[in-house]
Design a protein around this ligand. Sequence first.
Ligand code: ADP
Length: 415
Amino acid sequence: MKNFKYFAQSYVDWVIRLGRLRFSLLGVMILAVLALCTQILFSLFIVHQISWVDIFRSVTFGLLTAPFVIYFFTLLVEKLEHSRIDLSSSVNRLENEVAERIAAQKKLSQALEKLEKNSRDKSTLLATISHELRTPLNGIVGLSQNLLDDELDDRQRNYLKTINISAVSLGYIFSDIIDLEKIDARRIELHRKETDFYALLNDISNFALLMAEEKRLEFHLNCPSTLPNWLMLDGVRLNQILWNLITNAVKFTQQGSVTLSVEQTADNEFAIRVTDTGIGIDEADLEKIFELYYQVNSNRNKSLGSGIGLSISKTIAQLMGGDLTVTSEIGRGSTFLLTFKAEEALPPSDENSKLPLKLNILLVEDIEVNVVVAKSLLEKLGYQIDVAMTGAQAIEKFEQNYYDLVFLDIQLPDM
Ligand code: ADP
């Protein structure tokens, strides 16, 4: 089989090399000689004599017809070989193209991987920085809150409120940034616990009122008294969403009001609307504003922002079994609707059993600011506080004294 293929290919190569005309002539010559020899041999073998006239006649006939047959056969061979060569060169080209595409795809996916890693690294860095900034920020929030309970004149109280509210706002901004990394890694989790729903609404309304006052806007809270008092929900997350909606409402409203309306829509289902009389949002942008980093680009909207608040808020709302949607009219204002599910809860048991007033507490914490804040809050509640700033110090104090309670930082410099 191999030999046959070899000879067949050599035959075809010769056809191509000599060209169909020359090859045909060569074929005729070879055939003529062969026919002559065969005719002589047959004549000798059968009639025992050579009839030169007959031989001449048949050789002439053969020579006249053979070139045509050979020519057309050669033509066929040549055509077939050309198309085989064309086919194999197209296959080669195709193979090269496929190889090039595979290489390009590989490069692309490597570049994408690098890009994703860079973006992840950036989110992680931002999250780490935000975490680091949390400690001093907690100092500002805690201490300003503490001071607000003291005797102050109006001017001091106003300044302090602004300091407190700004610090609380910064805290929410950091939460959004920290969540960016978690959204990347799909790691946002809810921590549901018994939450005083009215207290939560009250706190966020106080905050909204202060924000609105700064821009001379009105703030209204519409909240029926029939809502359940205690709900199983992640209050920190709900606050984060409401904070995002209220700061946006205030940011994009120049005059008029911001309203927070709360209602129970079904068993364990709630709806909170944040309505403003601000610049409104174009219909084309209504869906896009929930995308990460999207900001409406218009002359009316020159505010600074990051474009992350709504995207994170929607993700959290969906984790809560609800959603965040918007309706809006340009020049008239917007209404953001937050829905979520939460079961009614009993007040946490420790609510009823107040701690005795004379507790002796050991506070173990290595960061000065945290010590000052925690100590001042606990002392305000009337407790006796002892502080240790390292693990070794804590053990020494714990062995020498009697404490009712130890607040222990889980990450100390020495252990
Ligand atoms: P940021 O406010 O930091 O830009 P958000 O994700 O909170 O990011 O909002 C995305 C965009 O949606 C905003 O930049 C703004 O264009 C638009 N937007 C959000 N809330 C309102 C609102 N109440 N009124 C008008 N536009 C709004």
